[in-house]
Design a protein around this ligand. Structure first.
Ligand SMILES: Cc1cc2nc3c(=O)[nH]c(=O)nc-3n(C[C@H](O)[C@H](O)[C@H](O)COP(=O)(O)OP(=O)(O)OC[C@H]3O[C@@H](n4cnc5c(N)ncnc54)[C@H](O)[C@@H]3O)c2cc1C
Length: 453
């Protein structure tokens, strides 16, 4: 049995941040990670010779973002890509109407202003919503009041449905009316041309980090905790559990004594959505040179609706599309080739035969992965943003939770994971940890790290 001041469970962004801050303060800390890699839901695949981010890609808004400040301090290059969080406009997009016909600039502008107008009315409907109202109920009220014709309403309805699927991985009728309240984007969005995983790798550099350690029990012992894997035991005064909400829901880790009601209730009420990525590379580009996003509206986009041009990462014409919510769960049961063929068929319905046969593709299954059991957290009907922060604890005896699902101000993001790891470290140390200083130390420690691609 090995003894530490703190055991951190999970080496995603929350876990490595918390552990690094504790280690910087001179604490003896070990990180136990189930997978054979660091980063969790930040996962860059470089097998093809260029980075493919299978998990997180974006910083969703760089203004007032401590995560952006950290990335800047580390000198990690980024590229502006502002429409990553399902905006209606913002950067050049190619739109197709409900029948799959290309829309001209005037029709696109009308569509964007339709969405903006109904979105403004939606804010009022959400403010006026009653406990138990779903996001679907609130959107239907806003659409009813819009006075638009049936076809335009259908297109906006479809957009709202897809926005919930992409931002929450959930069906619109299951999301609480307040489920997107914290979804604001401040400033431009950026992606990582060298791969997002450089960030958790650099933060975790030098830590005592044990991969292939699947934790199955966290037990209170006297004045501390024992954390068990199938063949090892670690004891510590404090434990920080950063595994995804889906893993907590699955019961894969047993807690003794059982979790207090505040934690158990939050785990039950919060939802874990499914959001999967499909990258497809083509022999030739068939979309416009300045296009950020291709979007099909209404019926034409019922199943596959949005494709993001990420060709600049590999230099090969590449579109990224998403399968989320019920469609995402369903497609996890289908073979990759079928999923890719289905999405390419949808593109051919818009562009015709100029859409060539794919030359490479990547398909994720985050909902089937036992170490994430979903993609990110959201608010089902009846849950509240307070549930996120309530889950963080700390609970009696020094039990802490961190991770995106524990940060109510911007859950479901890398930024939330970072902030929650910082909060747990501050609570354990009993003092504040300056983020600018932390970023500077991380930069100095890893200044000699060569780019990994
Ligand atoms: C497809 C996809 C796209 C996304 N896109 C974005 C985006 O563009 N921008 C953004 O900000 N966010 C995005 N997110 C969300 C973002 O990736 C997460 O919010 C963030 O990375 C979560 O970090 P975390 O530390 O909370 O959890 P994780 O990164 O999941 O870390 C938890 C760790 O715990 C480990 N673990 C699990 N079970 C055990 C166990 N029993 N024992 C030991 N270890 C265990 C896991 O292996 C994992 O490494 C995306 C997520 C997905 C899935």
């Amino acid at each position: 049995m090995e003894r530490f001041d703190t055991v951190v469970v999970g080496a995603g962004m929350a876990g490595v941040t918390c552990a690094r801050m504790l280690a910087d303060a001179g604490r003896r800390v070990v990180v136990l990670e189930a997978r054979d890699r660091v980063g969790g839901r930040i996962h860059t695949d470089r097998a093809a010779g260029f980075p493919v981010d299978l998990g997180a890609s974006w910083i969703h808004g760089i203004e007032h973002s401590p995560l952006w400040e950290l990335v800047q301090a580390l000198g990690i290059p980024t590229r502006e890509f502002t429409v990553g969080s399902f905006q209606a406009g913002g950067r050049p997009m190619e739109h197709f109407d409900g029948s799959g016909r290309p829309m001209d600039a005037a029709a696109s502008e009308r569509w964007i202003s339709d969405v903006e107008a109904v979105d403004a009315a939606l804010v009022e409907q959400i403010d006026a919503s009653a406990a138990g109202d779903s996001y679907l109920v609130a959107t239907e009220r806003a659409l009813d009041a819009s006075g638009l014709d049936a076809e335009r309403i259908d297109e906006i309805r479809e957009f709202f449905r897809h926005r919930v699927e992409e931002q929450c991985g959930a069906w619109i009728g299951d999301l609480d009316a307040h489920g997107l309240d914290e979804d604001g984007i401040d400033g431009d969005e950026v992606i990582f041309p060298r791969g997002y995983d450089e960030l958790p790798h650099r933060i975790s550099s030098g830590l005592d980090l044990r991969t292939a350690h699947v934790v199955n029990a966290v037990t209170r012992r006297g004045d501390g905790w024992t954390v068990r894997t199938v063949d090892s035991e670690f004891t510590a005064a404090d434990v920080v559990v950063t595994v995804p909400l889906g893993v907590l829901k699955s019961g894969a880790i047993s807690f003794e004594p059982p979790l207090p009601a505040a934690a158990a209730g939050a785990i039950e009420r919060l939802g874990m959505g499914v959001f999967n990525k499909i990258f497809v590379q083509f022999p030739e580009r068939f979309w416009r040179a300045d296009t950020y996003v291709i979007r099909a509206l209404g019926e034409a986009g019922e199943r596959w609706h949005s494709w993001y041009d990420v060709s600049s990462i590999s230099g090969i014409p590449t579109l990224l599309t998403f399968a989320a919510g019920p469609l995402g769960r369903h497609l996890q049961t289908r073979p990759d080739a079928e999923v890719v063929a289905d999405s390419v068929r949808a593109l051919r319905a818009l562009y015709g035969d100029v859409v060539g046969e794919p030359i490479a593709s990547w398909v994720t299954r985050w909902g089937d992965d036992p170490f994430s059991a979903g993609s990110y957290s959201h608010l089902p009907i009846g849950a509240s943003h307070h549930d996120h922060d309530a889950l963080a604890g700390p609970f009696e005896g020094g039990l802490h939770f961190a991770g995106e699902a524990t940060w109510g101000a911007e859950p479901a993001t890398v930024g939330a994971a970072y902030r929650s790891g910082h909060r747990a470290a501050e609570r354990i140390l009993g003092r504040s940890v300056d983020l600018a200083e932390f970023a500077m130390q991380a930069a100095e420690r890893t200044a000699d790290r060569a780019p990994r691609s």
